[in-house]
Write a protein that binds this ligand. Structure first.
Ligand SMILES: Nc1ncnc2c1ncn2[C@@H]1O[C@H](COP(=O)(O)OP(=O)(O)O)[C@@H](O)[C@H]1O
Ligand SMILES: [Mg+2]
Length: 227
């Protein structure tokens, strides 16, 4: 489903350039779950930003279902993201003028679903926010905003879920619940899951663990038993 070929990312600095990803080759099958682990600064977030089409690679190719992301124009990329991708990044990008319910319902409303609000409410209940549906982002704590963003990413059952440290800001209980939601989507609808995480338990539940160091993939491990 996902194919990366010699993917590199460099950022220009004043005098030289900094290489953040170097020549990454990787294939991920449909329905696979993959954890990306590695020290802070090793390039995990950058890799996920490229996969989500939110940054442009310096070199190399990203194919999603055989389509080169670099061939898509802005509109086609937006369509792909809306129809197929669920994206959870650490900056939540919630819309400040919409309530929690409005934020989660939005992708469904754009897709023309008549029961958007009902589905959004049910998803917010699953992340323990049934009592906060009318709150606006500024009226929610950081962990609550993160859960709204997670509910929004999952509400349309995306085929590919890209998550950057999805449980990083959450307490153990809420983190476990969010982990269960991600893996349920993965097992129930066969969604492909790729996530950066420092949480060993989350990594252990994935089919495969990719270890990054200094912008390179240094190791791939297959988990013998995955959840
Ligand atoms: N826009 C940017 N300009 C320059 N350097 C960047 C930029 N974004 C990220 N980096 C650098 O890329 C490296 C990898 O960052 P990141 O992908 O966020 O790593 P991780 O998620 O593994 O902590 C870091 O050293 C960071 O400073
Ligand atoms: Mg990161």
């Amino acid at each position: 489903m996902i194919e990366l070929q010699a993917l590199s990312m460099r950022y220009p600095l004043e005098r030289d350039t900094v290489t953040v990803l170097q020549a990454i080759d990787l294939s991920i099958d449909r329905g696979e779950s993959v954890a990306v682990v590695g020290p802070s600064g090793s390039g995990k977030t950058t890799l996920l930003l490229l996969l989500a089409g939110l940054e442009q690679a310096s070199d190399g190719v990203i194919l999603i279902d055989g389509v080169r992301l670099s061939d898509l124009d802005v509109d086609a990329m937006a369509d792909l993201r809306r129809d197929r991708l669920g994206i959870i990044f650490q900056s939540f990008h919630l819309i400040p003028s919409l309530s929690a319910l409005g934020n989660v319902a939005l992708p469904l409303e754009i897709a023309g679903k008549s029961d958007a609000r009902q589905q959004a409410r049910e998803m917010l209940e699953k992340v323990d926010l049934g009592h906060r549906v009318q709150h606006y982002p500024t009226q929610l704590s950081g962990g609550e905003q993160q859960r709204v963003a997670i509910a929004r990413a999952l509400v349309h059952s995306p085929a590919l879920l890209i998550a950057d440290e999805p449980t990083g800001n959450l307490d153990q209980h809420t983190g476990d619940k969010v982990g269960d939601l991600l893996f349920n989507l993965h097992t129930d609808v066969g969604a492909t899951l790729i996530m950066a995480t420092h949480d060993q338990e989350m990594a252990r539940r994935c089919d495969r663990i990719l270890q990054m160091e200094n912008g390179s993939l240094v190791e791939q491990r297959h988990n013998a038993v995955s959840a």
